[in-house]
Write a new protein. Structure first.
Length: 285
């Protein structure tokens, strides 16, 4: 499985299509510097990447890595048609069997304008709705003939739709129980952050022991449920401090902190200043 830390999102470079006759072979290459997505519509490709073999039949796909060596394992037995698509990312990416949490920022950001998240893709898989994916690829090919900034924008949109479709097809990472529990827990905390949430209530909602939920969130997000909801409450409080003139005591109550002194302590600890000082940074003098 591939894990991409976003933003930035992976970006589309170029795509094409090819047909190999019986006996045809995919070219051997090494360190091409881009991800190579192969989607077979007819026939079969037989490939090898650093000693790992892949058989890619019709309506299946394979992603070859940018920093590895790719060889043909054997020639095509039948006439084989496939689309190929090159993409890359300027962000962090990993090949892993165990998704890594997005590390919490070491610095104390005043106003967190960017929310980082992980995007997952399996290296190889079956297309449940191949005609939808092939239609997207055909549209990408048509747009390549239009050298304009608008067509380039549309290409990136189509590419992200295609990646989302692949992710929905492979079902990852939600087929991993601990990630599913962590996502469900995070969604519940974001929905009910204004309320006083106990571990008992979280356990009853998800039907898992609170210790297991905490372990799942630590694995997926690198923090406990309490740390997660505190961080989320602080971000909501920052928005209210910047965009409203509400009293700070009211903001503390509306974001689920309950106690005004507790809100002040949390804000000081995690942001490095008082709520009032934070608000004044964004007010005209």
């Amino acid at each position: 499985m591939l894990q991409f830390i976003c933003p930035p999102m992976p970006h589309y470079i170029v795509c094409g299509e090819d047909t190999y006759p019986v006996g045809g072979k995919h070219p051997n290459r090494s360190n091409i510097g881009v991800f190579d997505l192969l989607l077979v519509t007819r026939g079969c490709l037989y490939l090898e990447e650093n000693g790992v073999t892949y058989t890619v039949p019709a309506n299946h796909y394979l992603i070859l890595l940018p920093d590895q060596t790719h060889n043909t394992l054997q020639a095509c037995r039948d006439q084989s048609h496939f689309y190929w698509l090159h993409f890359q990312t300027l962000g962090l990416w990993y090949e892993t069997d165990n998704p890594q949490p997005v590390a919490l920022e070491a610095e104390k950001l005043q106003y967190e304008r960017i929310a980082y998240f992980s995007s997952y893709l399996t290296r190889t898989g079956h297309l449940k709705d191949p005609e939808i994916v092939y239609a997207q690829l055909k549209q990408l090919l048509l747009l390549q003939g239009e050298p304009s900034s608008l067509s380039q924008w549309k290409q990136q949109q189509l590419f992200h739709d295609l990646l989302l479709h692949l992710r929905e097809d492979d079902g990852l990472p939600m087929n991993q129980p601990h990630l599913r529990v962590a996502e469900q827990s995070a969604a519940f905390l974001r929905t009910h952050y204004k309320e006083a949430i106990s571990y008992k209530e979280l356990s009853e909602e998800l039907h898992f022991h609170s210790n297991y939920i905490a372990l799942c969130m630590k694995e997926a997000f690198g923090c406990t449920p309490l740390e997660y909801v505190t961080k989320y409450r602080l971000e909501q409080a920052k928005l209210l401090l910047i965009h409203t003139d509400d009293p700070i005591s009211k903001i503390a109550d509306e974001t689920g902190f309950g106690s005004f002194p507790y809100f002040i302590r949390c804000f000081n600890k995690h942001v490095g200043c008082t709520p009032k000082a934070f608000r004044m940074q964004y007010r005209s003098k």
